[in-house]
Design a protein around this ligand. Structure first.
Ligand SMILES: [Zn+2]
Length: 134
């Protein structure tokens, strides 16, 4: 997975432009980690770091726990975060011509057992590519 300079600049711009919209604790966590707060998922404040890693912090946490960057996690986080920050949707790569339909969700982008949960294999776009450029 490749994260472009344009992606990083957009995340930086969004950090500057949208951080006023979150509480002081979340803003502090985001500033320390250099990450964009994208919203509150079930029990975690979610963040996207400049390298594309997705992380979460439980209420009152001192640090954000980041996962190893992965296209599916980043796509899913951007689809989730676009509810609060619509510009994130424009950072999701277009489907390459040689992409395959996702074998798990059959292209729907949703888990078969829950039409409200993004597919964890493709992140919610319904396709799998050999290479992802964000
Ligand atoms: Zn899928």
């Amino acid at each position: 997975m490749v994260v472009s300079a344009a992606f990083q600049q957009t995340i930086r711009d969004l950090m500057r432009d949208t951080c006023w919209d979150v509480d002081a604790d979340t803003r502090k966590l985001a500033n320390v980690a250099g990450a964009l707060p994208i919203g509150f998922d079930l029990c975690n404040n979610m963040f996207i770091r400049l390298d594309g890693a997705v992380g979460g912090a439980a209420y009152d946490a001192e640090h954000i726990g980041f996962r190893e960057p992965s296209p599916a996690a980043l796509i899913s986080a951007m689809l989730f975060g676009a509810k609060r920050i619509p510009q994130l949707a424009s950072l999701i790569p277009s489907r390459p011509d040689d992409a395959c339909e996702c074998s798990q969700c059959k292209g729907s982008g949703k888990l078969p057992m829950s039409q409200h949960t993004n597919c964890n294999l493709c992140g919610g776009v319904g396709w799998i590519a050999d290479r992802y450029v964000f």
